[in-house]
Design a binder for this molecule. Structure first.
Ligand code: SF4
Length: 291
């Protein structure tokens, strides 16, 4: 991937961003690639040389890297930082870089640092649980050490001390304990993900369409129904249930406007490959034709 510098920021940023774009060592899959949709992996591999990202759009990735470098300087006895572990699964090498391993008498405590939003923190993200449990499996399989705890150390980018919601983070840096899986569950997960990627690779070579990304993988927002009234610009209320919206519209002598969910990973090109993605491009053409 080519890193561009359209806004003339110092070259140091570009150097750092270029280093970060290739970090998985001598493995075929990093843990994050394994977890990501097969379509994204295939398209990224295929279009790696054509892909471009501007360094100014990588603020939070760069902040994440900077933070890792700073935390390296805060070395503490029994804390091991940034270790990359490799494992061979039936001839395919998978690797994962673990932010922090804290050796305790009860076992290793694994922590992953995340620069994230308060909203994401409150979602109890499934992928955080998956990622940390694959790390656990790596430590137990490769280092033969027991893991006794998994944690996300979330750094909340948009923290507000005035937000009183019950699940809102209590501080700008907040620890979140993640449920642990046993080794069977983790290995099954890794093998299932590898199978998905393997099958996608084979069908791609055979010229078949790549398996579609799911709504969840596309970060699809919910379709909502806005109850509106003539002469009023804003909606009276948004509903996720059409019947409820229609009932309210009848009462208000108004009407219902459907606001379709948006695949935010595609529309924001957070996968980096939306321009080569048939699934998304076909959808855009259909919408244009219908408009
Ligand atoms: S554009 Fe959307 S559907 Fe296509 S690869 Fe990216 S996330 Fe998946």
């Amino acid at each position: 991937m080519k890193i561009t510098n359209k806004h003339g920021v110092p070259q140091t940023f570009v150097t750092l961003a270029s280093k970060n774009s290739y970090t998985k060592g001598a493995s075929q899959y990093s843990v994050t690639e394994l977890m990501s949709p097969p379509k994204i992996k295939r398209l990224r591999d295929k279009h790696d040389e054509e892909m471009e990202q501007d360094v100014s759009d990588m603020l939070w990735q760069l902040m994440g890297s900077a933070l890792h470098n700073v935390l390296e300087n805060g070395k503490t006895p029994n804390h091991l930082t940034e270790e990359r572990l490799f494992i061979d699964v039936d001839g395919v090498v998978v690797s994962g870089q673990i932010d922090l391993q804290h050796d305790t008498p009860e076992g290793v405590l694994i922590t992953d640092y995340k620069f994230t939003s308060a909203w994401a923190f409150m979602q109890n993200k499934k992928e955080w649980e998956e990622q940390l449990n694959v790390y656990k499996w790596l430590v137990e399989s490769v280092k033969r050490k027991k893991v006794s705890g998994l944690f996300i150390c979330a750094m909340i980018r948009d923290y507000s001390k005035h937000d009183a919601r019950e699940t809102y983070p209590k501080a700008p840096i907040q620890m979140l304990e993640v449920p642990m899986w046993d080794a069977v569950q983790a290995e099954t997960y890794v093998r299932e993900r590898l199978d998905l990627h393997r099958n996608s690779k084979i069908s791609h070579h055979l010229g078949d369409d790549l398996m579609d990304c799911t709504p969840e993988e596309r970060w699809m927002s919910e379709t909502v129904y806005a109850v509106k009234k003539k002469g009023r610009k804003t909606a009276i209320k948004l509903y996720s249930d059409l019947n409820e919206a229609q009932e309210r519209a009848t009462k208000e002598n108004g009407y219902v406007e459907e606001r379709l969910g948006e695949p935010r990973r595609c529309t924001g090109n957070f996968c980096g490959v939306s321009q080569w993605c048939k699934q998304y491009q076909d959808e855009l053409s259909t919408r244009t034709a219908e408009a």
